[in-house]
Design a protein around this ligand. Structure first.
Ligand SMILES: [Zn+2]
Length: 456
């Protein structure tokens, strides 16, 4: 089975690439209402593929959002079950003039395919689709399978979260492969061990009832800008340490394996980031590697500040109000609700009489932990070893993948978060491209992964 499917992935390389190119021609931009018909067409294009290979597919409409493609195959009762996640929608393409070839006329140059969606996410999910096709052609997959391919990832739509929350109980599975990532800067396959969560607030500071003259009332009137700026400043000390009592209590330390790998590449990472962001030096919490600060440590940042007079010239005013956006990236096992309570209490204590500061929560998403000590993670690492001849880098994802939270909470199976896009694939930018060799090796890796799950 394994050998036969891999042989097919080698003899059918041209067809595998042609099929990806066919999907890349569909301009499925979810952000543009006028592209909705293309999104629906892309959903049906995928649904037809799943039917042709022998899976039962349905196009699910949720409240008028872009349809979700679900495909199931359950011919091995009692054996393990894998869910594969991807998205068929793509980012808008502007600025169009910066593209070296039109975004929806895929071009093959220098061993890469250039088109919008080549990496994010069509190249990724087509590698899984082709792997499963080859398994069917070689006699049928050795385990039960489900595909969930959505069309609103790039717009953080509500269709898939709603679907998962409503049908979570019917979606029992042993592992969810979220195949929407890529390789690290050194070209190693990756496996995410955690994703940071987010806690986003707006602080509103109120002083006097009206704006006041700073000559008449300066020295006696409370100043919400001064106070709010000081409060925000005091949320972190000079060593980058966040001062909210209990803030770090639940933070889980990285594993020795993660830490050892990060130590080896931290200096390179620092240089890469300095170049990318154009900063002379990086900032952060004393005593931690840059890779820890960017992935396994929680953060706190002011994102915006509004208040007082900001027009031309001078206006001698003590403003009545000021407000600021302050957000935190949370890590396992921090609990957004506990953080909220500690944060509100701390802000209340830091303010001074005369200025009242209220905290409004604008958004909250818990951090996600991806255990790598399970059959699925082990099978994927072994598959990568065989298909790419490389060890897998364990990475912490600094941002959040909202759908991972939905899968984790509604479905509850281990999450395996990875993908084949090379680090410089320019997703969301002009000239998105995918290394074609990664695509073919990715197909092989998914075949090996699925067969590995059958043994595990
Ligand atoms: Zn994207």
């Amino acid at each position: 089975m394994l050998e036969a499917a891999i042989a097919l992935s080698q003899t059918r390389r041209k067809a595998d690439l042609d099929d990806l190119i066919e999907e890349l021609r569909i301009p499925s931009i979810s952000a543009l209402a006028e592209r909705r018909a293309d999104c629906v067409r892309n959903a049906h294009w995928l649904g037809d593929r799943f039917e042709t290979m022998g899976m039962k597919s349905q196009i699910v409409d949720v409240d008028g959002g872009n349809p979700i493609v679900i495909a199931d195959w359950n011919e091995h009762p009692g054996k393990s079950h894998l869910t594969i996640y991807g998205h068929y929608d793509v980012q808008p393409v502007d600025p169009l003039e910066e593209w070296r070839s039109p975004p929806f006329e895929p071009a093959v140059r220098d061993g890469e395919v250039w088109a919008r969606g080549a990496a994010d996410n069509k190249g990724n999910h087509m590698a899984t689709v082709k792997a499963v096709e080859h398994l069917f052609a070689a006699g049928g997959p050795p385990i039960n399978l489900r595909f969930v391919i959505e069309g609103e990832e790039e717009t953080t739509g509500i269709a898939l979260p709603r679907f998962l929350r409503t049908h979570g109980g019917d979606l029992e599975t042993d592992a969810v492969l979220i195949w929407d990532g890529g390789m690290d800067e050194d070209g190693h396959p990756t496996l995410a061990t955690a994703l940071r969560g987010l806690f986003y607030t707006q602080l509103r500071a109120k002083g006097a009832a009206v704006d006041l003259h700073s000559g008449t009332y300066g020295g006696v009137a409370p100043n919400p800008i001064n106070t709010l700026a000081r409060v925000i400043g005091e949320l972190k000390d000079r060593h980058g340490h966040i001062t909210i009592p209990g803030f770090y209590d639940a933070v889980r330390a990285p594993s020795p394996e993660e830490l050892a790998a990060w130590k080896q590449k931290d200096a390179r990472y620092v240089e890469t980031v300095k170049g990318m962001i154009g900063a002379k030096t990086l900032e952060g919490e004393d005593g931690f590697l840059a890779l820890e600060r960017a992935g396994s440590r929680p953060t706190l940042d002011a994102n915006g500040f509004i208040g007082g007079f900001t027009g031309q010239g001078a206006k001698t005013v003590i403003p009545a109000a000021a407000s600021a956006k302050v957000s935190m990236r949370l890590v396992p096992d921090q609990d957004p609700q506990a953080i909220q309570a500690a944060f509100e209490k701390h802000v209340r204590e830091l303010t001074t009489p005369g200025v009242e500061i209220s905290v409004e929560v604008l958004g909250s998403a818990p951090p996600v932990t991806c255990d790598v000590d399970n059959d699925a993670a082990r099978a994927l690492r072994e598959a990568y070893r065989q298909a790419f001849g490389k060890e897998t880098a364990l990475i912490r994802v600094g941002g959040s993948i909202p759908v991972a939270v939905d899968f984790q909470e509604a479905v509850g199976a281990p999450l395996v978060i990875s993908g084949i896009a090379q680090a410089d694939s320019a997703i969301h930018s002009p000239n998105e491209h995918l290394v074609i060799d990664n695509y073919h090796r990715g197909i092989e890796a998914v075949i090996r992964f699925i067969c590995g799950l059958a043994e595990g």
